[in-house]
Write a protein that binds this ligand. Structure first.
Ligand SMILES: [Zn+2]
Length: 301
């Protein structure tokens, strides 16, 4: 792009606070498990907007659109293959309506849920095309960037990044989900993930994952491997535990989450948010920590 993106400009000015979980918030609002959350962009837009608004009130600088599982490959499992364009565009538009022109909106995508060759039957070209189609639909809603998150397979990550580049000029961010021991479910470690930086990314990092400590170790390793890269961290609010009420909750409360977020900033993260199990209270605690962080508004970026 000829001119600097809004994302790049804001990153040069301060730490950016991302939002928290969407899926678990919508389930609390009545979304049935098994229903693609993106359907609510059309059928219950006020519920999606309410989650966005709550994260903005908590201090988020950027909203991630409710489009996480909306490639054709995912939607066709629910008989919604013809809704790729509509559900993705609506998701970005809902986030933009809340964020306004000043705060950022990321279109969101993740693993297709199908295994790429040689582990499965999905070819690299088919995956890349599916991501390009979703990226084009997201771009129609006017996002500031595309976030590819909770990735596990480096090859699929590469297909996603290339697909977005095929379809748009938007900045692309890619984060992987690391399990215990600092490897993804598909066995990729930070060294393999770091190779994707060469594909043309605005930021790279870790989201979701096993727990805060293990995700922090990965971010520290990415900093060592990629000293020049902009890093993003969006960890889960700890690990899921089954409560006595039969519901799953996550074991890190907002205040400890905010305190721990400083360690991600120390490791070099410039975009910090939270993933599964997080709430607006978690984001409020993270935002307070980020605003108080020495380099948060300074010029020593
Ligand atoms: Zn997560």
């Amino acid at each position: 792009m000829a001119e600097q993106s809004r994302l790049a400009r804001l990153l040069s000015q301060r730490i950016l606070v991302a939002d928290g979980a969407m899926g678990t918030m919508l389930q609390d609002a009545g979304l049935e498990p098994g229903t693609p959350p993106e359907v609510w962009n059309r059928d219950r837009p006020e519920a999606v907007s309410a989650v966005h608004a709550a994260y903005l009130r908590a201090g988020a600088d950027l909203l991630v659109a409710n489009t996480f599982t909306a490639t054709r490959l995912q939607l066709e499992r629910h008989g919604l293959a013809d809704k790729v364009a509509e559900l993705n565009r609506l998701g970005v538009e809902l986030a933009r309506m809340e964020a306004g022109p000043e705060r950022l909106v990321f279109g969101d995508m993740t693993s297709t849920g199908a295994l790429l060759e040689p582990f499965g039957t999905l070819s690299f070209a088919e995956a890349r095309d599916a991501y390009a189609e979703q990226a084009e639909a997201l771009a129609a809603g006017g996002p500031d960037a595309i976030l590819i998150e909770t990735m596990m397979d480096v090859n699929e990550g590469r297909a996603a990044i290339q697909g977005v580049h095929d379809a748009t000029d938007l900045p692309v961010i890619c984060t992987f989900s690391f399990q215990k021991g600092g490897r993804t479910v598909m066995g990729a470690g930070p060294a393999e993930v770091a190779q994707l930086w060469q594909e043309g990314l605005a930021a790279i990092g870790a989201n979701c994952g096993h727990n805060l400590q293990d995700t922090l170790a990965v971010v520290e390793e990415l900093r060592r491997l990629l000293p020049e890269a902009t890093l993003m961290a969006k960890p889960n609010a700890g690990v899921p535990v089954l409560g006595e009420d039969g519901r799953t909750h996550f074991d890190v409360d907002p205040e400890p989450m905010g305190a721990f977020s400083v360690r991600f900033l120390d490791a070099g993260a410039r975009i910090i948010g939270a993933c599964c199990g997080s709430t607006p209270d978690h984001i409020a605690a993270i935002a307070r920590a980020a605003r108080a962080y020495p380099s948060s508004g300074g010029t020593n970026v």
